[in-house]
Design a protein around this ligand. Structure first.
Ligand code: FMN
Length: 153
């Protein structure tokens, strides 16, 4: 399997999560590319491989600034993503009760509207829970990968 990990971040935490996931995948004989979302457009989504969106939430439930170009492009061009499979690892903080992990949820809603199929549930990391998102990712990724392999079979 070759996974593309798309990263939305303000201060780099989501990128650390992506790097951990990449290390695990490569050790397991898979391939994984990490792409910061800065300047990407909807053409990044190809039917051939699964995608993992790793994104935080800022402002009042907003997506990080570096994801704007991609979000705008998806909204404008409305590509048919019905062959695309994706997962979401959302970073947030439950002290923002009204907007917890809304950045990841916004991506989920956008991709679903364009016909893409989500694999598994959205992982919502809570920065106030005292766990490190990279460590949570290590526990989460094997189960998600199995679901992904099943969905591609
Ligand atoms: C100014 C600010 C606003 C935030 N707003 C939210 C929010 O609305 N909802 C949420 O769940 N988390 C919110 N967070 C928490 C971040 O999403 C969380 O700390 C995340 O781990 C940061 O990841 P990053 O370094 O990849 O951007 C906010 C953090 C900051 C500093």
């Amino acid at each position: 399997m070759h996974l593309t990990i798309l990263v939305g971040t303000m201060t780099g935490t989501a990128e650390l999560v992506a790097e951990e996931i990449q290390t695990v995948l490569e050790a397991d004989g898979h391939g994984a590319d990490i792409k910061l979302m800065d300047g990407l457009d909807s053409a990044v989504f190809q039917p051939d491989g699964p995608y993992l969106i790793v994104t935080s939430t800022y402002g009042q439930g907003d997506v990080p600034d570096n994801t704007r170009a991609l979000m705008d492009s998806l909204e404008r061009s409305k590509p048919d993503l019905s062959k695309v499979r994706y997962g979401i690892f959302a970073l947030g903080d439950r002290t923002y009760t009204e907007t917890f992990c809304l950045g990841g949820k916004q991506f989920d809603a956008m991709l679903r509207d364009l016909g893409a199929q989500r694999v598994g549930e959205i992982l919502m990391h809570d920065a106030s829970a005292g766990t490190m998102p990279e460590e949570v990712a290590l526990d989460w990724i094997p189960g998600w990968l199995s679901l992904c392999e099943e969905s591609l079979a």
